[in-house]
Write a protein that binds this ligand. Structure first.
Ligand SMILES: Cc1cc2nc3c(=O)[nH]c(=O)nc-3n(C[C@H](O)[C@H](O)[C@H](O)COP(=O)(O)O)c2cc1C
Length: 426
C-alpha cells in the first residue's frame, strides 16, 4: 500500500537530479517493450478510413502514422503526435453521433490499420452521461486515454508525467486536425473518470485523461452506457505501477474552473498547415543557427492563443533566447527580461546533458503552480504540440524535452512554480 501523497508529492517524487540520473540511468532491454498498439478482437466491426472523405481525414490526422524508422530492434511507426521515448501510451476513442455515413457509436481509432473499430452502438445512451453537462452532443466526443505500462515500462514513476504530457500532445493533435476542417473544439478535464474507466472496461491498465467535444449541444439529456464494454488489454503483457495508478487517482478531485471559454485564433494557411501536421518530426540535433525575430514571434503568437477549456491552471512560459536576430540572449518570462547572457552550456547541462538544448535557438520552459497535476501537464503538452506545428510550418526544427534536472532548472530560472516541460526550436 502506498502512503497517501498530496498533489505536489507526485511531482516531487519524480524529479531528476544529477545524482538520481547517475544512480538510475533508465536502461531497459528493448526486446521487452510492450506492444504500442491496442487491438480489439476481430469480431468488432472495422471501418477503413478513406482520406478523400473530410470526416475520415479529420479523424485520421488526429493520430496518424506519418513515417517509419528502422532501429536495431525493428521498425518504429512515428505519428502526428510526438511521444516521450516514442512509447505512445495514448489511445483515442471517439463517439460519433449524427454524422453522415457513420453509425452512431463509440469507436476505437486503430492507428496501425487506419481504421475505426466500432466498440459500442448508441441507443439512448452515450459518453455525454459522464460529463458535467449530460446534454446530447451531435458530432464528436474524443477521449484520450493512457495505457500507462507502455511508458512506465521504461520511465517507471516518472512516466506519470510523460503519460500526461503525451496526452496533452494528443489533445494538441486533435485541436490541429479540427482547425484544418474549420471545426471548433472544447477540451474537458473534469468528468466522472472512474465510472467512465469502468464502463470502458479499462480495469487498472488504462485511464482516460481528457475529452474533447467537437459538435453541437442539443437539449436532450443522455444516460450512461447501458452495458459496459469488455476489457481488452492495450499491451501484450502488463506490469502494474501502483504509484502511477495512485498519481492518476489523486488528480480526479474536482478543481476550479470559472474561466470563460475562448477559442484560439490561428492564422495558418490550411493546406500548408495540414502538410506541417504530416511533416512534424523531432529534430535530433541543432547547429546553433540563428532564427529571425519574425519566426520567434510567430511561434510565440501560436503559443499564446487561448486554450478552449474552462480549466484555469495557468502555465507561465519562460523563453531562454540563445540565438534570435535582434533579441539579446538571456532568460525571459513572457516578454520580461529576467537575466541576460549566453547560457548554452548551462541549458545543455540542465536538460540532462542534451546537445539539442544547448544548440537550439530558443528553449521554452513551461512552468506552473498547478492545482491539478494531470490538467497542468496536459496543458503543457498541448502548448508543446503548438510549438512543434508552428515551428514545422515555418521550416524550423523542434524537440520536446521531458528530461531535465528539476530543482536546478527551477532555481536557475528563479521560478516559483514547478518546471513541467521544456521544448527547443532552432
Ligand atoms: C513528453 C515528451 C518528452 C520528450 N523528451 C525528449 C527528450 O528529453 N529528449 C529528446 O531528444 N527527445 C524528447 N522527445 C521527443 C521524442 O523522442 C519523439 O517525439 C519520439 O522519438 C517520436 O519521434 P517524432 O517526434 O519525430 O515523431 C520528447 C517528446 C515528448 C512528447
Amino acid at each position: 500500500m502506498l502512503p497517501k501523497l498530496l498533489k505536489n508529492d507526485y511531482h516531487e517524487a519524480t524529479k531528476l537530479s544529477f545524482l538520481s540520473v547517475q544512480i538510475d540511468p533508465n536502461y531497459v532491454d528493448a526486446a521487452t517493450q510492450p506492444a504500442p498498439f491496442k487491438r480489439y478482437p476481430k469480431f468488432f466491426r472495422r471501418f477503413a478510413l478513406d482520406l478523400e472523405n473530410p470526416t475520415h481525414s479529420f479523424l485520421h490526422f488526429t493520430s496518424a502514422i506519418t513515417t517509419q524508422k528502422m532501429y536495431r530492434e525493428g521498425a518504429y511507426s512515428l505519428r502526428v503526435n510526438p511521444s516521450a521515448g516514442a512509447l505512445y501510451p495514448t489511445e483515442i476513442y471517439v463517439q460519433i453521433r449524427g454524422i453522415n455515413g457513420l453509425l452512431d457509436g463509440i469507436y476505437h481509432l486503430e492507428v496501425e490499420t487506419k481504421s475505426l473499430t466500432l466498440i459500442y452502438e448508441l441507443i439512448d445512451d452515450g459518453l455525454e452521461g459522464y460529463l458535467v453537462d449530460s446534454r446530447l452532443i451531435k458530432g464528436y466526443i474524443f477521449l484520450v486515454s493512457c495505457v500507462y505500462f507502455r511508458s512506465s515500462w521504461k520511465y517507471k514513476n516518472r512516466s506519470l508525467r510523460y503519460c500526461f504530457l503525451d496526452s496533452g500532445h494528443h489533445l494538441g493533435a486533435i485541436e490541429a486536425s479540427a482547425y484544418v476542417q474549420d471545426y471548433t473544439a472544447q477540451i474537458l478535464f473534469d468528468f466522472d473518470h472512474l465510472a467512465l474507466n469502468d464502463d470502458l472496461g479499462f480495469e487498472n491498465k488504462e485511464f482516460v485523461t481528457a475529452a474533447i467535444v467537437v459538435g453541437n449541444v442539443k437539449e436532450k439529456p443522455v444516460r450512461r452506457l447501458r452495458s459496459p464494454i469488455p476489457f481488452v488489454c492495450g499491451t501484450d503483457y502488463f506490469e502494474p505501477n501502483r504509484f502511477v495508478e495512485a498519481g492518476y487517482k489523486q488528480t480526479l478531485l474536482p478543481t476550479n474552473h470559472q474561466q470563460e471559454i475562448s477559442q484560439p485564433n490561428f492564422q495558418f494557411e490550411k493546406a500548408k498547415f495540414l502538410q506541417s501536421i504530416q511533416k512534424r518530426r523531432s529534430a535530433r540535433r541543432f547547429h546553433q543557427s540563428q532564427i529571425t525575430q519574425e519566426e520567434f514571434f510567430a511561434v510565440w503568437e501560436s503559443l499564446n492563443q487561448p486554450i478552449a477549456t474552462q480549466s484555469d491552471d495557468a502555465i507561465a512560459i519562460y523563453a531562454v533566447i540563445q540565438s534570435v536576430a535582434g533579441i539579446e540572449p538571456g532568460i525571459y518570462r513572457g516578454k520580461e527580461s529576467l537575466k541576460t547572457g549566453n547560457f548554452r552550456e548551462k541549458m545543455g547541462y540542465l536538460c540532462v546533458n542534451q546537445a539539442i538544448a544547448r544548440d537550439s535557438a530558443v528553449l521554452f520552459f513551461f512552468v506552473s503552480e498547478f492545482q491539478n497535476y494531470r490538467v497542468a501537464l496536459q496543458l503543457a503538452g498541448l502548448l508543446g504540440q503548438r510549438v512543434y506545428l508552428s515551428a514545422t510550418y515555418l521550416g524550423l526544427g523542434c524537440s520536446g524535452i521531458g528530461a531535465f534536472f528539476d530543482d536546478e532548472t527551477q532555481a536557475f530560472l528563479e521560478a516559483k512554480g514547478s518546471i513541467l516541460y521544456a521544448i527547443a526550436i532552432g
